[in-house]
Design a binder for this molecule. Structure first.
Ligand SMILES: Cc1cc2nc3c(=O)[nH]c(=O)nc-3n(C[C@H](O)[C@H](O)[C@H](O)COP(=O)(O)OP(=O)(O)OC[C@H]3O[C@@H](n4cnc5c(N)ncnc54)[C@H](O)[C@@H]3O)c2cc1C
Length: 467
């Protein structure tokens, strides 16, 4: 176990009295579970973990941290840890997972720990859809703080643009309602600028009338990856906003959880979700089927509640390393790099997934100054994930990804906060904001968190790094 800040027993006792939920400190039997993240490659050793059950718990924890001189980390699921919460008071919101849907106003309001799946389920009961991403296990709040691009992105845009309000706890332990009418500076900055300004306790979003979609994967042999990416480049130029698509190069492990016909194989998949009439989606997909019969055609009409089938991301915790980038183009050189690094030949690539998503569409059509999200003109998004069961494997994946990105460099136009983690998220994301936006975000940080209590988020100012 790494060195961790110690909280005096009487202070800990005092904290326990103030918290309705639970408090775990090193040595407590629940501590190891409470400090766990979804990404098992992250090991973190907070001074204590508060499993919050209410806004009042969050307020009490923040005030306690201030009095004790502790920094505050916050976590819902641990899918996107920016900086391991070593030595912090970690506020875990997983038990704050209430969701309410108002079908009449087509909105959902939920607590900070709600995973997208919980929002999806309640919304789909009314034929409505939230703008979740590829995995329903991801936390809805942090996903939206970073932007949030999923299978309805081209039609309905970023999740951040659909947020109508937040309830937050600030660094001085005050509760604020944040919306287009109240605390508007925070409303601007938290949508796209991340969670370093205040702790969200609940969030309200717009929902959209999407009940059925046509979605799935065409699975081709990896030997066709280059040709598929070249065809994809032309195909996406013809697609309506209803069709959000990607190409995924996958190196599948030889594990029982993988369907037998894919076990241990490398494949290239054309993925998509069409939210218009099914027949139109089938017609738009037809050029692929005319070109070459896939190993498997997994496209089918489905209720939107099943949309996670398209990406089939792991639900249970796994040890991984992820990175990504915006791509300005799918040039032949970029395609060569994607295939060279993404397709494993005799174990040459540690990546499980190299995915290029076609985004753009609705995210470009809102006022570019309406919030802090900086990448509205981008249309191609790269996402790369490798398995990292040991620190050595993690270092290998990170180095390999660095080399891969160098080979792609001419096509890389910036970083997408949600597809970065750890050092890259903490230090590099800021470089992706235009200088005026970064300046505004730094001013917001100075106003709402002048002592950098929430020092486990993106580093947007000059704050010293204690790690
Ligand atoms: C399998 C997988 C699939 C994904 N798919 C997509 C996708 O399709 N599209 C997309 O855009 N992104 C996607 N992501 C990225 C994901 O949106 C981010 O990693 C997101 O930050 C995860 O949120 P979380 O609550 O699940 O994770 P956590 O690790 O719990 O939170 C991430 C960070 O957010 C901050 N935070 C958490 N809760 C709060 C709060 N209440 N108040 C303030 N700050 C807070 C903290 O700094 C925390 O470190 C995916 C990630 C994974 C692992």
């Amino acid at each position: 176990m790494t060195n961790t800040t110690h909280i005096a027993p009487d202070a800990l006792e005092d904290l326990r009295k103030q918290i309705e939920g639970s408090v775990f400190a090193p040595g407590d039997s629940g501590y190891d579970k409470a400090r766990m993240t979804w990404n098992l490659a992250v090991q973190q050793f907070p001074a204590a973990v508060v499993m919050a059950t209410s806004d009042a718990d969050v307020v009490a924890a923040v005030r306690f941290a201030g009095q004790q001189g502790l920094k505050v980390g916050v976590q819902a699921t641990g899918h996107g840890v920016i900086r391991p919460a070593d030595g912090s008071l970690l506020i875990n919101t997983a038990q704050m997972a209430g969701v309410e849907v108002d079908a009449a106003t087509q909105t959902a309001r939920f607590e900070a720990g709600a995973p997208w799946g919980a929002v999806l389920e309640k919304a789909q009961a009314h034929g409505l859809a939230p703008l979740l991403g590829s995995s329903p296990s991801v936390g809805a709040v942090a996903y939206s703080l970073g932007g949030g691009l999923g299978w309805l992105a081209r039609k309905y845009g970023l999740s951040a643009d659909s947020v109508t309000s937040f309830d937050v706890v600030t660094a001085n332990g005050r509760t604020l309602h944040v919306s287009a009418d109240e605390n508007t500076d925070l409303f601007w900055g938290m949508r796209g600028g991340g969670g370093g300004f205040a702790i969200v306790t609940s969030m309200e979003i717009k929902l959209y009338p999407v009940a059925e979609v046509f979605g799935g994967n065409l699975v081709y042999p990896a030997a066709l990856a280059g040709e598929i990416l070249r065809r994809y480049r032309d195909w996406i130029a013809t697609l309506p906003l209803e069709f959000s698509t990607s190409v995924a190069l996958m190196n599948l492990p030889p594990l029982p959880m993988v369907p037998e016909f894919l076990r241990g194989k490398s494949v290239a998949m054309v993925r998509g979700c069409y939210c218009g009439p099914v027949g139109e989606g089938q017609a738009l997909l037809q050029p692929w089927l005319d070109w070459q019969a896939p190993i498997a055609n997994l496209f089918h009409p489905m209720t939107f509640s099943s949309v996670a089938e398209v990406s089939n991301d792991p639900h249970d915790p796994v040890p991984g390393a992820t990175t990504g980038a915006w791509l300005s183009e799918l040039s032949d050189t970029a395609i060569d790099a994607l295939v060279r690094y993404g397709v494993s030949i005799n174990g040459s690539s540690p990546f499980v997934l190299t995915e290029v998503r076609h985004v753009g569409g609705a995210m470009a059509s809102v006022d570019h100054n309406s919030n802090a999200f900086p990448h509205r003109e981008e249309s191609l998004l790269l996402d790369v994930t490798g398995m990292a069961p040991t620190p050595e494997a993690h270092a290998f994946v990170v180095n390999y990804a660095r080399e891969f990105k160098s080979a792609l460099e001419p096509a890389i136009s910036g970083l997408y906060a949600n597809f970065t983690e750890r050092d890259e998220a903490r230090h590099a994301v800021a470089h992706s904001f235009p200088p005026e936006t970064l300046q505004r975000l730094a001013a917001l940080k100075a106003k709402y968190d002048p002592d950098n209590l929430f020092d486990y988020s993106y580093q947007l100012g000059d704050g010293a790094d204690a790690s």
